[in-house]
Design a protein around this ligand. Structure first.
Ligand code: ZN
Length: 216
């Protein structure tokens, strides 16, 4: 059974709104299927999105079907296309999760964690591995992130995410299922790392024994 990408985007935006990932019209989702790309517009409440609000583009990024004239294409479009072109992604998500934002404040140029079970939800990553995600600097306009995001993706071919300082994260996958589940695992790991640092535990270090500080 083929998936209806428009219905899926509407459903995913509602789910992500309830998770605090796309509040205040921020964030977005794009799905590529059978040579066509479907994308939510900018400046629209993501939890109220309808299928008729979505843009349709060809694989070169040309708009082939626009919703009503008061809708504008997402500024994220060139960033979503980075994942389609450079990684052959089938879906890309962008969110402003507070966990992603906080993670970019406690790491400098790379997010790094190791020995956390949820790492297993990330493509090609096991529990004892080190998960590394590049962090790029934010810009005043979202479209201006496209080049630095592309450079980061080329420098970190094993990463399916790019963090943007004080802004959020872009995550992709071969299809919407992989993009969504990886985004959930990444978000968990961002929160875990920030909380570990608050507890004085270094998330980049292999555990050497019990982390418990109290005795008794
Ligand atoms: Zn954004």
């Amino acid at each position: 059974m083929t998936d209806d990408p428009k219905a899926r985007i509407v459903e995913l935006c509602r789910q992500f709104y309830s998770m605090g990932w796309v509040s205040g019209t921020g964030g977005g989702v794009a799905i590529r299927q059978a040579g066509r790309v479907f994308m939510a517009p900018s400046g629209v409440q993501k939890e109220r999105l309808r299928e008729s609000d979505l843009f349709e583009l060809d694989e070169d990024g040309n708009v082939t079907n626009s919703p009503s004239a008061d809708r504008s294409l997402s500024q994220c479009a060139p960033l979503f296309f980075n994942a389609f072109r450079l990684r052959g992604a089938g879906a890309v998500l962008h969110n402003h999760s507070i966990h992603a934002v906080l993670a970019t404040l406690v790491y400098e140029t790379e997010f790094r964690v190791t020995h956390l079970e949820m790492m297993k939800g990330i493509r090609g990553t096991g529990y004892p591995d080190e998960l590394v995600i590049p962090i790029i600097e934010n810009t005043a306009h979202e479209c201006d992130l496209a080049d630095t995001m592309a450079e980061a993706m080329k420098s970190y071919p094993d990463s399916d995410a790019v963090l943007v300082r004080r802004h959020g994260v872009y995550v992709w996958g071969k299809d919407w299922v992989e993009a969504k589940t990886q985004a959930e695992c990444y978000d968990y790991l961002f929160e875990a790392a920030v909380r570990m640092l608050q507890l004085g535990i270094d998330p980049t270090q292999k555990p050497t024994g019990t982390p418990c500080k109290h005795t008794g």
